[in-house]
Design a protein around this ligand. Structure first.
Ligand code: ATP
Length: 492
């Protein structure tokens, strides 16, 4: 890997490969300026990984770029067209409040999208104002960076600027623009858009672009479109398994929020689960529980089926053969996911080899956790530390003692030394997660009082969630049960 010093260019080093797709995939336009931008949070380590000098980005000119008041010379700002199934209903969407300003070519030889979110109206805005509020953009910043630190593929956050303007939601809120970094912003919904409104040539151009962008390192394949479907399914199986293992609830798994890269995108209504319960839903609009924690793998499969449908014309000239190929991939997804998840659960329990009964060991633990309303993260944290608080219902019961004996004898049947097994657990069971009350507290200090210290401390603690450092202990303490269930809202 090249170091920064050898990198020929420090600063904006943009390409615009997306703009070489057929014109129907985007609209070129510049962001709408804002009155008095102020940089409120900036991601130093991400900036240098992308080949920027932090000072340059934090200068007056750098901030003007984050605000959309100015563009880097080589930018080619555009809003992407896409469609999507939202809560099962198909609709035209597109970047209604975001602009891709280009793809930064990084010192490590990667190509990443740089996108401004909240940068003004676009032809896809429908009735919206094209803007974003400060609180939700800071929330996306914190949770996406926490996800990255947890080892979960995700879009990243480079900066948030407050615009100095207000946005009107149910009430007046301070406005902001988030600079988001992503392997790409290609979504299942981008393919649905092409399949519904484009020609076969358009669809093929998009599929070729996606292949080149994300899978070109793979050995040559016979049918690249089938392979594209298989690869996306595999990445989604891995991603959703990681969500389940971390207790992450995305909250709005519409097909426009499923990426081709396998990164988590859209942090609108997401939240981490506290008490283990597969029915957990945080989003205020998800009244049916479509996107509940326990449904995420099934919804992933449903979304992939929509992706497969969009790809059908490319899979085979024979319609039935195309459907058969697609179905093979989709029907394989559940077991792919299950395998990823079970292996992850083994790691969470310090298990390094495979036994058939592992699944019942895991499911029995989860069953007890649900019954005793145990905290998901802290249960695995306690198992990792071997410290079982006596005032926790789960650990006080005899069922847990029996389970623990089974677990210990299972560990005894592997050759892995105990210390290694403990290390494995530490690498897979975070000491802390961005808990709802911690995030809310940090956002309130920042948005209501302009105090960013709480947010910075939280970000520092979340930067290495597997450290098990003494400072993290305070963040693992649960608050008293809330009087109302925690609810999240999207679209602000
Ligand atoms: N304030 C707004 N003005 C215009 N369009 C909006 C606004 N808020 C959301 N949209 C559009 O509504 C659709 C769904 O919104 P959603 O909240 O899922 O996306 P988002 O958070 O804006 O974007 P992303 O999925 O890129 O993170 C998208 O097409 C989005 O661009």
């Amino acid at each position: 890997m090249k170091t920064n010093n050898e990198f020929p260019h420090q600063g904006w080093n943009l390409d615009n490969s997306y703009a070489r797709l057929p014109e129907s995939f985007f609209t070129q336009l510049t962001p709408s300026p804002v009155s008095s931008p102020e940089l409120v949070i900036f991601n130093d380590s991400l900036a240098s990984a992308l080949g920027f000098q932090s000072k340059e980005l934090q200068s007056k000119e750098g901030i003007e770029i984050f605000a959309g008041n100015k563009m880097p010379e080589t930018a080619y700002p555009l809003a992407q067209a896409y469609a999507g199934h939202q809560f099962g209903h198909f609709t035209m969407l597109g970047d209604g409040r975001a602009l891709l300003i280009g793809e930064q070519l990084t010192p490590a030889g990667e190509r990443v999208d740089i996108q401004l979110k909240g940068s003004g109206r676009t032809p896809f805005s429908r009735g919206g104002d094209g803007r974003a509020a400060l609180g939700p953009m800071l929330r996306e910043y914190v949770i996406s960076e926490a996800m990255h630190a947890l080892g979960i593929p995700t879009t990243r956050s480079l900066a948030v600027v407050a615009t100095g303007e207000v946005v009107y939601r149910e009430t007046e809120l301070p406005g902001a623009v988030l600079t988001r970094v992503a392997a790409s912003h290609l979504r299942v919904g981008t393919f649905q858009y092409a399949a519904r409104w484009g020609s076969k040539k358009d669809l093929q151009a998009l599929a070729d672009y996606a292949w080149d962008r994300h899978f070109s390192d793979l050995p040559a394949v016979q049918n690249r479109y089938l392979s594209l479907l298989q690869q996306v399914a595999a990445r989604q199986a891995q991603l959703i398994a990681k969500w389940q293992l971390a207790g992450f609830i995305h909250g709005v798994m519409n097909t426009d929020n499923m990426t081709i890269s396998g990164e988590t995108i859209d942090y609108g209504p997401c939240a981490f689960m506290d008490t283990f319960d597969p029915k957990t839903v945080f989003s205020s609009i998800d009244v049916q529980g479509r996107y509940a924690y326990g449904n995420q793998p099934r919804i992933g499969e449903w979304n992939l089926a929509r992706f497969a449908e969009a790809l059908l014309p490319l899979l085979d000239d024979d319609e039935q053969a195309a459907v058969d190929q697609a179905q093979d991939v989709i029907s394989n997804f559940a077991s792919q996911f299950r395998q990823e998840w079970l292996n992850g659960m083994r790691a969470k329990l310090g298990i390094t080899n495979e036994e058939k009964q592992d699944i019942s060991l895991v499911e029995d633990l989860l069953g007890m956790m649900q019954q005793e309303k145990a905290d998901y993260t802290n249960t695995f944290r306690a198992l990792t530390l071997g410290e079982y608080p006596a005032d926790t219902a789960l650990f006080a019961g005899s069922a847990f003692k029996q389970w623990e004996e089974r677990w210990q004898s299972r560990l005894g049947r592997q050759t892995c030394p105990e210390a290694e097994s403990k290390q494995l657990m530490k690498r897979h069971n975070p000491a802390i997660i961005p808990r709802n009350h911690l995030v809310e507290e940090a956002l309130a200090a920042a948005v209501d009082h302009g105090d960013y210290d709480v947010l910075h401390r939280l970000l520092a603690a979340l930067a290495d969630p597997y450290a098990y450092s003494p400072e993290q202990t305070a963040y693992a303490v649960l608050p008293p049960p809330p009087s109302q269930p925690y609810q999240t809202y999207c679209g602000t």
